[in-house]
Design a protein around this ligand. Structure first.
Ligand SMILES: [Zn+2]
Length: 495
């Protein structure tokens, strides 16, 4: 008994242990000149050699050849010789997920040149935190990626009993927020939500509802569909049976009359005409596609010990590492060939979708198993090239296309005069090999310059937070928050 009390007290003390304070952004330079640099022109798939870029108050004000005259007085000079300049990257499917995001994930985004995110919410209630993080980042205080948009409310998750009027109302009040669609919402309620949202110009995006034909959702104005299963499951002769199965399941029917067709069956019954119809509807409605292939790649690799012993696990909190290990154990029981075929079919169909003109966006679904904050955006770019996008097209999926999604393409997303100077200086040319996006020398973000030393210390900061006593404290804090937030009362409060 005394032992139990001692253990409890010890746990409590560790819980109370404060984490290191969040990192703040470095001081801004009024004027930065990047000298003699090679600029990657993503839209033309071209490298423009030996240029000079002038940045004033965080905005690109001049681009000229390296030998042109520029007033260098008071400028901070960055040597761009033999280096390649790309715009800062966007993760269009992030989950900042935890109250401690500033300590465990945000610095990793910046260290990896991922300076803008669209955040998709998660199981913890971080609505207020995220709002204040977003403001603090915009005000050049907290170190983290700009949170360009965030899902404030979710509809269609396990606990959802939310009133759709209130859901829409909440997003009207905060223009940065949007509504996240999750798999379980059914058509009648979905269409009511869509009508209200459209009336008030509120965006909704996320999963396609599994019991619905995604063509209906695209026509109703859903802004993006997430995850590769969209095309795989809906370009199959068994697609209507899948929908019926989910309709019964989400209607809480006592007995499921329609069993779910197996993965093998789905893969065997590809139907080009259904693919074409869905693709056409998405093009007509300007619906974006965020395939997050790395999540399927992980599933295909879940029996590969080398893959599972990833070196980057050192940046991942104990609790999440454990959840990932459990997931991999479960995955091992699945048919490995099916998992691999499913992953490969996903890549193939993203390639088709891209060829037909659907805008593909890079997203990671971070904290899904083996999706590492910041790092995995680069892995997703590699996956997109495997799907058939050129290196420049993969880069576009993480730069100009996300900027266009948010209607900010005149201000962000490329290395051009008048745009925000969110920039990454690479040691090697990413048009030659997309993995070169990982050879980062400098990240320029909001007028501040982060060199290799800064980047290293940002990574070390996270590694320190998630290990040792601090890591245990963090895990206890996360578990407590999970109990607090992950229940029907908490999830539906305020709706
Ligand atoms: Zn997600």
């Amino acid at each position: 008994m005394t032992l139990v009390i001692v253990a409890f007290l010890l746990g409590w003390l560790i819980f109370l242990l404060p984490l290191s304070p969040p990192l703040i952004q470095k001081d801004q330079h009024n004027k930065i000149i990047i000298d003699n640099v090679n600029i990657i022109d993503i839209s033309r798939d071209n490298t423009v050699y030996n240029m000079r870029v002038m940045i004033q108050d965080g905005v690109i004000v001049r681009i000229a050849s390296a030998d042109s005259k520029m007033n260098t007085d008071d400028a901070f000079i960055v040597d761009g010789h033999n280096r390649f300049l790309i715009p800062g990257l966007w993760d269009m499917h992030s989950h900042l997920a935890f109250n401690e995001a500033a300590q465990i994930s945000m610095p990793l985004y910046v260290a990896n040149g991922v300076v803008n995110v669209r955040d998709m919410q998660g199981i913890m209630n971080i609505v207020e935190e995220r709002r204040s993080w977003a403001t603090s980042i915009d005000n050049h205080k907290l170190l983290g990626p700009r949170i360009m948009g965030y899902a404030d409310s979710i509809v269609g998750d396990n606990y959802d009993r939310r009133n759709v009027d209130k859901v829409v109302q909440r997003s009207i009040e905060d223009p940065r927020s949007f509504i996240k669609i999750y798999s379980q919402i059914k058509e009648t309620r979905y269409l009511k939500l869509a009508e209200l949202a459209n009336m008030h110009k509120v965006k909704f995006a996320g999963h396609y509802p599994l019991s619905m034909d995604p063509i209906v959702a695209a026509n109703a104005g859903q802004r993006s569909f997430e995850h590769a299963h969209l095309f795989i499951d809906n370009s199959s002769f068994v697609a209507p049976i899948l929908r019926q199965h989910y309709f019964e399941r989400y209607s809480n029917d006592e007995v499921l009359k329609t069993p779910r067709p197996s993965t093998a069956e789905v893969l065997k019954t590809f139907d080009q005409s259904q693919f074409d119809q869905l693709a056409d509807a998405m093009i007509k409605n300007d619906t974006y596609f965020v395939p997050t292939h790395i999540t399927k790649h992980y599933e295909a690799q879940s029996s590969n010990e080398d893959f599972l012993n990833d070196d980057k696990l050192r940046y991942i909190p104990f609790l999440i590492k454990n959840l990932w290990a459990d997931d991999a154990q479960r995955m091992k029981k699945d048919d490995q060939d099916d998992l691999n075929s499913y992953y490969l079919r996903g890549l193939e169909l993203t390639g088709y979708a891209h060829q037909r003109g659907i805008s593909i966006l890079a997203g990671t679904d971070t904290y899904d198993p083996y999706s590492f904050p910041g790092f995995s955006l680069h892995t997703e770019l590699e996956q997109l090239t495997k799907a058939g996008l050129s290196n420049a097209e993969a880069l576009a999926s993480a730069t100009i296309l996300p900027a266009t999604y948010f209607g900010t393409q005149h201000l962000m997303g490329s290395v051009d005069v008048g745009k925000k100077a969110d920039l990454i200086l690479l040691k090697r040319n990413p048009l030659e090999d997309i993995s070169h996006t990982q050879d980062i020398e400098i990240v320029i973000f909001d007028g501040a310059v982060y060199d290799e030393e800064d980047i290293r210390s940002q990574k070390e900061y996270v590694e320190k937070n998630v290990s040792g006593l601090s890591g245990i404290s963090l895990t206890i804090k996360m578990i407590v928050a999970m109990f607090r937030d992950n229940n029907p009362e908490a999830r539906n409060a305020g709706y």
